[in-house]
Design a protein around this ligand. Structure first.
Ligand code: OGA
Ligand code: NI
Length: 336
């Protein structure tokens, strides 16, 4: 119900159903804060170098930041502004969009999967399907007034960027540049506008607990001022510090499968803090529902047999949403 939304109230104490058991808490003091995840300059004229850098990052971290990605800074600022304005709308306005049914293509919700989970997460989120735009935009929020226009522009540009990255990632695996775009079919595109209000007890809960993304590729626009994303690397949680102008790219489960396990869909999480709200906009490129997924033929050899069986995205996605986030990597259920 809409009264579960966090962004409609001020919270002085953390309700009991947000408190993680001691063994599952974020242990913020142990997080590595000074490290940097790989940075790739897409504006570099040396294509081979860009492709190699992306390949290295996908193997080592499953995450990288891109600079000179071609999405204008003004558009990015407008996306962040319109997202914040949305979460500041009055409760009655937000209640109209509330749903906790993951099958809904446009929904304002909270936590992760309120129907399945026992402990909630300190996040509200607006989830939108974005492709084809003309099919979904009419039902997107019409308040704030510039929401549809700003977000549609951003969605188009993110999609283009995603396809450019597909080409580079395909090449970095020794596949045809067109391999991913063609194999993954007429891609769906989803967006999550994540809003993390200030939290009275950040040590006891999460914005989003550790998870991997079930889709193919994620392009994350982070808050430029407030950190919160952390990535598991070498057994430690590493904070991703906001870098002006950068977008964060991560490999989703489908590219881990397609790469036959060479590239990794890495565990990541979002933590909250006590004095500042934080926002992020995650764009997900998702394979077409009926396409058959699994390791690329070319990457299956005698020495590197198929690690995953073939399946459809429909099958995968249903499995993902039928679980809670605190479980094993969903891809483990698709091993050969
Ligand atoms: C996600 C995600 C991280 C963040 O939406 O899948 O990992 O920093 N978000 O909001
Ligand atoms: Ni994620």
């Amino acid at each position: 119900m809409a009264e579960h939304l966090l962004s409609t109230a001020v919270h002085d104490t953390l309700p009991g159903n947000y408190v993680r058991p001691e063994s599952q808490r974020p242990r913020l003091a142990e997080v590595v804060t000074g490290a940097r995840i790989p940075v790739v300059d897409l504006g570099s004229p040396d294509r081979a170098e860009v492709v190699a850098a992306i390949g290295d990052a996908c193997r080592s971290h499953g995450f990288f930041q891109v600079l000179n990605h071609g999405i204008h800074a003004d558009l990015i600022a407008s996306v962040m502004a319109v997202g914040r304005d949305f979460f500041r709308l009055p409760p009655e306005e937000k209640a109209k969009l509330y749903s906790d049914d993951p099958a809904r293509k446009i929904r304002l919700s909270t936590s992760f999967n309120v129907r399945k989970e026992t402990v909630h997460n300190w996040r509200d989120y607006l989830r939108l399907h974005c492709h084809p735009l003309h099919e979904f935009v009419p039902d997107w929020p019409s308040n704030p007034p510039d929401f549809k226009d700003t977000m549609s522009k951003y969605c188009k540009e993110v999609r283009e960027l995603g396809f450019r990255l597909y080409a580079a990632i395909s090449e970095s695996l020794g596949l045809e540049a067109s391999y991913m775009k063609e194999t993954l079919g007429e891609q769906e595109q989803h967006m999550a506008v994540n809003f993390y209000p200030p939290c009275p007890e950040p040590e006891l809960t999460y914005g989003l607990p550790a998870h991997t993304d079930p889709n193919a590729l994620t392009i994350l626009l982070m808050d430029q001022d407030v950190a919160g994303l952390q990535v598991l690397h070498g057994g430690k949680w590493v904070a991703v510090n906001p870098q002006p102008g950068a977008l964060i790219i991560n490999i989703g489960d489908q590219l881990q499968a397609l790469s036959n396990g060479q590239y990794r869909s890495v565990w990541h999480r979002a933590v909250v803090n006590s004095d500042r709200e934080r926002m992020s906009v995650a764009s997900f490129l998702c394979p077409c529902n009926h396409v058959v997924l699994g390791p690329a033929q070319k990457l299956i050899t005698e020495d590197t047999p198929a690690v995953y069986r073939n399946y459809t995205y429909d099958e995968y996605y249903k499995k993902f949403w039928s679980r809670n986030l605190d479980q094993e990597h969903c891809l483990e259920l698709f091993r050969t």
